[in-house]
Each structure stands twice: as structure tokens, then as C-alpha cells.
Write a protein that binds this ligand. Structure first.
Ligand code: SF4
Length: 72
């Protein structure tokens, strides 16, 4: 168990889920505070950089993240 190093500035919470606090809490507990290594957004941040993460990408969209990473 570890906390994501991007948790303070991840746009998922500041923008995409700003009006959905219950869903934001679920993602924080499942990914940000436990398993960031399996978060689609985290993987792109680590491989391509924060500016390459689509605002619409959810943590569970690993297949989409893999495609984006392969495309570079
Ligand atoms: S959504 Fe993913 S990248 Fe964003 S803070 Fe949570 S674990 Fe990190």
C-alpha cells in the first residue's frame, strides 16, 4: 500500500470529478491511497508525462492507457 505522488495535483479530482465527490472518494481509496501502480492515469504520467493524460481518462481504463502509451 502506498499513496500516489500525484494525488495533490491530479486533474481527475480538480476537474473531472469536482462535482462527483462520492465517486472521487471511491477512486482515491481504490487507487490513489492504495494502488497507484495500477491506475491508468498514473501509468501515463510516469511513462509520457502529466500533460499527456486525457482529462477524461479514469483510473480503471488500463486498456486505453496502454494504447496511448504504445502510441507515444
Ligand atoms: S487518479 Fe491515479 S494518477 Fe491521479 S492521484 Fe489517483 S492514483 Fe494518482
Amino acid at each position: 500500500m502506498c499513496t500516489c505522488p500525484h494525488i495533490e495535483m491530479c486533474s481527475l479530482f480538480h476537474r473531472t470529478l469536482a462535482d462527483l465527490p462520492a465517486l472521487a472518494t471511491i477512486y482515491r481509496n481504490l487507487y490513489c491511497r492504495d494502488r497507484p501502480d495500477v491506475c491508468a492515469r498514473y501509468l501515463i504520467m510516469e511513462k509520457l508525462g502529466r500533460d499527456k493524460v486525457p482529462s477524461s481518462l479514469y483510473p480503471n481504463q488500463i486498456d486505453r492507457a496502454d494504447r496511448l502509451i504504445r502510441a507515444g
